[in-house]
Write a protein that binds this ligand. Structure first.
Ligand code: FES
Length: 174
């Protein structure tokens, strides 16, 4: 599996985000597929995260203005979902399933292993910006527990040894 690292466009995630023609076209395309602009909020935010790397306050303001919502409403939605990054993410975000099936099938040991190996807890990044740990609810792959999502990819039936091999491989990539 080739998990691609996340790329953050720091230059464009300042307080004053303006959507370019490409983004406007993509947003318009999303809006055409939903009955109301509010219903399109999640996919529009997802587009923004793909484009900018994270959902900054500037992105929230731009999305709110574009969809005719308040910034407070958009911020409330963003803060509800773990899939949106509210600060620049590490190159690899490890979303560790902490729900029952994974927990009883070795997930708790994986969490202990990860926190010891990386020296960070949930919500934290390694100092070199390589890895970030996030605890999440069921990833919908319980049959292959324990599961960790790294960026867009699922890693299933994990053991500490398999996880070490995955992390070593990712760390070696540029
Ligand atoms: S409980 Fe972990 S994927 Fe469902």
């Amino acid at each position: 599996m080739t998990t691609r690292p996340l790329v953050v466009a720091t230059q464009e995630t300042t307080s004053d985000v303006k959507f370019d023609k490409t983004m406007e076209d993509r947003i318009a395309d999303v809006l055409r597929r939903y009955p109301t602009t509010r219903a399109a909020l999640l996919p529009v935010l997802w587009l923004c995260q793909e484009r900018f790397g994270w959902i900054s306050p500037g992105v929230i303001s731009a999305v709110a203005e574009r969809l005719g919502e308040s910034a407070a409403f958009v911020e409330g939605v963003v803060s509800f979902y773990t899939m949106y990054y509210t600060s620049p993410p590490a190159r690899y975000v490890l979303q560790v399933c902490t729900t029952l099936s994974c927990s009883v099938c070795g997930g708790r040991e994986l969490v202990d292993h990860l926190t010891a190996k990386l020296g960070i807890g949930f919500g934290e990044k390694t100092p070199d910006g390589s890895f970030q740990l996030v605890g999440v609810q069921c990833l919908g792959a319980c049959g292959n527990a324990p599961v960790i999502q790294i960026n867009d990819d699922y890693y299933e039936d994990l053991t500490p040894k398999k996880l070490d091999a995955v992390l070593d491989d990712l760390k070696g990539r540029r």
